[in-house]
Design a protein around this ligand. Structure first.
Ligand SMILES: NC(=O)C1=CN([C@@H]2O[C@H](COP(=O)(O)OP(=O)(O)OC[C@H]3O[C@@H](n4cnc5c(N)ncnc54)[C@H](OP(=O)(O)O)[C@@H]3O)[C@@H](O)[C@H]2O)C=CC1
Ligand SMILES: CC(=O)[C@@H](O)[C@H](O)COP(=O)(O)O
Ligand SMILES: [Mn+2]
Length: 413
């Protein structure tokens, strides 16, 4: 594996594995790679198995070597769907791909021989694959921020310098602003936040928020969990921890600023008062392409800012009082060890409860705060995957107990 392979220097296409291929990041990644066949070849894909027909279609059309699902019970359905897809005349490979299914299947694909693994799985479920890709020596294009955040030191100690390339738009922006620079010259990182659908709202209005309102992100079309996380600002909290872990910058020197247009994806302020920003219309295909081709740019990956029209870029202070999720994330980030895993797992449970109508919108972060407070006294260093997973399970259970209790109380009112 070399960093400079690509059509520009006459190399072969990069072999890519896409985890979470049926999701928002995964489908956009497939769009990126299929538009640049001279640069990329997809050799493996994986998904949760909720849309086996789509997964099979992707596998046959891309001609992958391997396709994986995490549950044994979807394997036969997947094999059948692959045969149907080939019967339709899609794809060119004579042989159908190998099917892997079960608990370790996704991590096995993450270690498949290739140049770069894009982890586009959602949530803590992506951690084993992140570790597997790193241990196998693959470059890891990381959209699944949760794995870095909950794995923390565990992930960092397995990664050699430059092995993780951020795909999250803010962190891709920061990496672009930082490249070629000197660490001692960096003063602050400034993460931009769209503000979500409830920007400018007061806290008392949030009690009546419905899932449909929370799912209406003003600038990005994304999967359900990250979309709700953007509405609660948990996403920005996770991103503060992600920035700390990726760039080794103190929490005190990471700011959040609201930028409703989502064109400036983040900024780096330098010691001489200069600020560099990365700007492009909101389109994840740009950071995905850069993550797959790093350090090269992929020409035409996304549209640039259109300067023929008026551009208005607003920046506003972030409302810490209405959205306590960022402050809480700073707290768990500073606590370190297993604390971020408790924050994330409780949040994943609460988002599911909110989307199922079992928890109010403010109840999400209120419950996460309760779980974090309970975990504070027992936070431990996270030195093994099992330790992280144990805290993840405990926090999910506590969140379920707390939200179950909340639902029962409101039902008896
Ligand atoms: N969407 C975006 O624009 C951005 C996303 N991100 C991050 O990227 C990640 C993916 O987000 P997004 O694409 O929006 O999410 P989606 O919900 O749209 O997609 C998630 C993908 O992961 C798969 N998946 C879920 N659970 C498992 C599992 N246990 N094993 C294997 N695959 C699984 C899903 O398959 P199935 O549906 O079958 O379960 C699906 O393919 C998240 O970490 C998110 O925070 C970061 C920045 C921007
Ligand atoms: C596209 C991306 O990177 C998301 O994480 C996005 O930043 C979410 O928007 P918010 O700024 O509203 O959280
Ligand atoms: Mn982001």
């Amino acid at each position: 594996m070399t960093e400079d392979r690509g059509p520009g220097d006459g190399g072969r296409p990069r072999d890519v594995v896409i985890l979470g291929s049926t999701g928002s990041i995964g489908t956009q990644a497939i769009d990126v790679v299929t538009r640049a066949p001279d640069r990329f070849r997809v050799v493996g894909i994986a998904a949760g198995g909720r849309d086996v027909a789509l997964l099979a279609r992707q596998a046959v059309r891309l001609g992958v070597e391997v396709v994986a699902v995490p549950h044994e019970w979807t394997a036969s359905e997947l094999r059948q769907a692959l045969s149907v897809e080939r019967g339709r005349g899609n794809g060119s490979r004579a042989r159908l791909p190998k099917v892997l299914a079960g608990r370790d299947a996704i991590a096995e694909v993450a270690a498949w021989p290739c140049d770069v693994v894009l982890n586009g799985v959602t949530g803590a479920a992506g951690l084993a694959s992140t570790l597997s890709a790193l241990d196998a020596g693959r470059t890891l294009a990381l959209a699944n921020k949760e794995s870095l955040i909950i794995g923390g030191p565990l992930v960092k100690e397995r990664a050699r310098p430059g092995q993780i390339v951020p795909v999250d738009s803010e962190h891709s922006a920061l990496a672009q602003c930082l490249r070629g620079g000197r660490a001692a010259e960096v003063s602050r990182l400034v993460l931009t936040a769209s503000g979500g659908p409830f920007r400018g709202w007061r806290r008392d209005r949030l009690a009546a928020v419905t899932p449909a309102q929370a799912m209406a992100h003003p600038t990005w079309t994304m999967g359900p969990v990250i979309t709700v996380n953007s509405a609660t600002m948990v996403n920005k909290g996770l991103e503060v921890i992600e920035a700390h872990l990726l760039f080794d910058i103190d929490y005190d020197a990471i700011d959040v600023v609201v930028h409703p247009q989502s064109v400036v994806h983040s900024m780096v302020e330098f010691t001489d008062g200069s600020t560099l920003a990365q700007a492009s219309p909101p389109d994840m295909r740009l950071p995905i392409a850069l993550g797959l081709a790093w350090p090269d740019r992929v020409p035409g990956a996304a549209a640039a800012v259109d300067w023929s029209g008026t551009q208005i870029w607003q920046f506003e202070p972030f409302d810490e009082e209405t959205f306590p999720a960022v402050g809480l994330a700073r707290h768990v980030g500073r606590t370190g060890g297993t604390a971020p895993a408790a924050y994330n797992a409780a949040n994943e449970e609460c988002v599911a409860a909110f989307l199922a109508g079992r928890l109010s919108f403010p109840g999400i972060v209120e419950t996460v705060a309760k779980v974090v407070a309970e975990h504070d006294g027992v936070a431990q260093a996270c030195s093994t995957l099992d330790e992280v997973l144990a805290v993840d399970s405990w926090a999910r259970l506590r969140a379920r107990e707390l939200t179950g209790a909340a639902a029962a109380t409101s039902a008896t009112r």
